[in-house]
Write a protein that binds this ligand. Structure first.
Ligand SMILES: [Ca+2]
Ligand SMILES: [Ca+2]
Length: 209
């Protein structure tokens, strides 16, 4: 979701820098990424299942949210709470909605490459897709699909958000696993995105099962 806010972020970031230069800002920084994350190359994986992908996603449950981020641990707590939501450079724990989806779907940084790439939990990577770009099926691995055809670990995406389907409830709502926001972190919530016309169905192609 960060792309559409890049200009705003730049302006706010510039302001934060000036403020920081005065020596009074920056106390919120946990330096989570700097202290915990890495830039290791991904491991190509020829076989990927929806259940396996759900297990990968569950490791991020109860972890933090970081705008434009993509690095988390598995201690079931947000290690970087209360970061300013307007600042994409706080270096906190967690993915944002699209970074989380990118990593769980094991996508490549190369948008024309549909292969599966396993990124470590502590690998700081967001990937090239915003929620909006997922929404419209951008990138070789991604397609749009009818919402009625969606199944486990497919996604519902809007111009500003994306979440993956962990399970579907009897009443037609979905249990969505998503990186929701700074105040919420990453978790599973029952959502009505499927019935919301601003959301479309999105699928990562190539699953083994
Ligand atoms: Ca954590
Ligand atoms: Ca945070």
């Amino acid at each position: 979701m960060w792309h559409s806010r890049t200009l705003t972020a730049s302006l706010v970031g510039a302001g934060a820098f000036l403020f920081g230069a005065a020596g009074t800002a920056g106390a919120y920084h946990t330096r989570f990424v700097a202290n915990n994350c890495n830039y290791a190359a991904p491991t190509p994986t020829p076989y990927i299942t929806r259940d396996g992908s759900a297990a990968v996603a569950l490791r991020a449950r109860h972890e933090g949210y970081q705008w434009a981020g993509g690095c988390w641990n598995d201690n079931d707590r947000d290690d970087s709470p209360n970061d300013p939501t307007s600042d994409p450079s706080t270096g906190g724990e967690g993915g944002d909605c699209s970074g989380f989806t990118f990593k769980v779907w094991r996508e490549s940084l190369n948008e024309s490459d549909a292969s599966f790439q396993q990124w470590g939990m502590l690998r700081d990577v967001h990937g090239p897709y915003t929620a909006s770009r997922f929404r419209w099926g951008h990138g070789a691995p991604n397609i749009t699909v009818s919402k009625s055809a969606l199944t486990k670990m497919d996604a519902l995406a809007s111009e500003s958000h994306i979440g993956m389907i962990y399970a579907t409830n009897a009443d037609g709502t979905d249990q969505i696993i998503e990186a929701k926001g700074e105040a919420y972190g990453t978790n599973i919530w029952t959502r009505t995105y499927r019935g919301d016309s601003s959301y479309g169905g999105v699928r990562r192609t190539g699953w083994s099962s």
